[in-house]
Design a protein around this ligand. Structure first.
Ligand SMILES: *Cc1c(COP(=O)(O)O)cnc(C)c1O
Length: 458
């Protein structure tokens, strides 16, 4: 800008450097927790550092939502919780309570599920080129094994006990590294050692969150089942994997963000790459998406006519509103961007407890500054307590309703699905945030809590 033109550029206002608000949908227990200061204060007082709050009753509720869709459609259906989405033991126990299976992909996951009370026959074992140990434990447990590689069939045929398998299908036109090709599937059907390896059906897992491609591929899998039955395989099941969407924020806020997002909304003008956000608004989430799949081209009728059971493996969708992540605030700095002041908070933990930050993206539902009280809108981004420049919980300047202080807590909502623990490590020697299991009276007036541990399972 040259002074001689005499053009005066007004410093951009707060709105120019502040992201549009994106409050998360809030369930009654989440509101109850915010409204009961003694509970949060007590937990924060006893745990010296960040912590996760888990609410397993919501997991039970979410499972029942899917089960009701199966019942209403008159379809034999089974829900398997995609365990990698959260490590908490209370989630597995909620699955056991609701009659929900668990989808595991490692020996540890299998053992955790078994210890949490899941019967072996309610386990689904997925993952590529599974270890001999995992195949052996799965076989012994009578788990359903989703085979991803012909070599697994060979190894299973050497065990003394029979195994129950699905063949994971490589979707047509997909470049996925998972699943079996057309030729491999044909080979499997004829070469399988059927005395010892029992073929129960087929499976797939798609990326994305659309109903239509899942319905189309489900129909294709039923066709495969018909052909396999002609060859006398004991077909009973198809699994359409996970990927059931979650509706974190309302549609208007999501659209406003998507239309307005630009580098000036972010610390260091550093916005994640375009289009790299998870779709935080989902118009047809979870059980509604299952209903849409079942309604597509009479899938429910076809399943009933063929007597085929539909398995689903939702991870994230079973954890919707099942947990939040709570940080203390260790420091508050004021900085300027484009001439406008904003705050940078240092949380008492790291962005490893908010996994989205590690995928060149950002977890977008707004954190709640607690206690909630009115004040002056303050653009605020949030850093972690490590020495890494990149350790940011929120690059985006969130419109907090007041300036934060070191007495406050910052609560990231709805983090149970993948966010809270998939990347956690004791980086910098910082302790891994513990998980607190919260339960409430039916009217949400009283809460009690304890730590999530495997030991108090029984
Ligand atoms: C990760 C995974 C799931 C769960 O996916 P969500 O998107 O969390 O529902 C289910 N099945 C398989 C095979 C997976 O790898």
């Amino acid at each position: 800008m040259s002074a001689s033109t005499e053009t005066v550029v007004a410093p951009p206002g707060i709105s120019t450097i502040t992201a549009s608000p994106m409050p998360a949908h809030r369930h009654a227990w989440e509101q109850g927790l915010l409204d009961h200061p003694e509970v949060l204060r007590q937990i924060a007082g006893q745990i010296d550092g960040p912590f996760h709050v888990m609410y397993p009753d919501q997991v039970v509720e979410n499972i029942r939502g899917f089960q009701r869709v199966f019942t209403r459609a008159g379809v034999q259906g089974s829900v398997y919780y995609g365990k990698k989405a959260n490590k908490a033991d209370c989630v597995v126990r909620a699955c056991a309570e609701a009659g929900c299976g668990v989808d595991v992909a490692s020996v540890d996951e299998l053992n955790d599920a078994t210890r949490g009370g899941i019967p072996g026959t309610d386990l689904m074992v997925t993952g590529p080129a599974k270890s001999d140990r995992l195949l052996e434990l799965a076989t012994r447990a009578r788990a359903l094994i989703a085979v991803d590689d012909l070599d697994e069939l060979t190894r299973l045929s050497k065990f003394p006990e029979p195994s129950r398998v699905l063949l994971r299908v490589l979707p047509p036109g997909s470049t996925s590294r998972f699943g079996l090709t057309e030729q491999e599937l044909d080979l499997a059907l004829t070469e399988i050692d059927r005395n010892i390896v029992h073929l129960h059906g087929f499976s797939f897992h798609l990326s994305g969150y659309e109903a239509a491609p899942r319905a189309a591929l489900a129909h294709a899998l039923i066709e495969r089942c018909r052909k396999a039955r002609v060859l006398d395989h004991p077909i009973s099941t198809i699994s359409i994997g996970g990927g059931f969407g979650v509706d974190y924020v309302c549609g208007d806020d999501w659209e406003t963000f998507r239309k307005g997002v630009n580098p000036r909304w972010f610390h260091g003008d550093r916005a994640p790459g375009a289009g790299s956000y998870y779709p935080y608004h989902c118009p047809v989430p979870g059980p509604a998406m299952l209903a849409a799949i079942l309604g597509s081209d009479d899938l429910a009728d076809t399943l009933r006519e063929t007597g085929i059971r539909l398995a689903i493996e939702p991870g994230r969708a079973l954890l919707d509103h099942a947990g939040s992540t709570v940080f203390g605030i260790q420091g508050v700095k004021t900085r300027y961007a484009h001439g406008v002041p904003y705050d940078i908070l240092t949380a008492n933990g790291t962005s490893l407890s908010l996994s989205e930050q590690w995928f060149n993206s950002e977890y977008l539902p707004d954190p709640v500054l607690w206690p909630q009280r009115p004040g002056n809108l303050t653009p605020t981004c949030v850093g972690g307590s490590s020495c890494l420049e990149d350790d940011m919980l929120s690059w985006r300047r969130i419109p907090l309703p007041r300036p934060a202080t070191t007495d406050d807590l910052l609560i990231y909502p709805n983090t149970a699905g993948y966010q809270m623990d998939s990347n956690e490590s004791s980086f910098h020697g910082l302790p891994i945030p513990p998980k607190v299991v919260l339960r409430s009276s039916p009217d949400r007036r009283q809460f009690n809590w304890r730590l999530d541990t495997a030991l108090d399972a029984f």
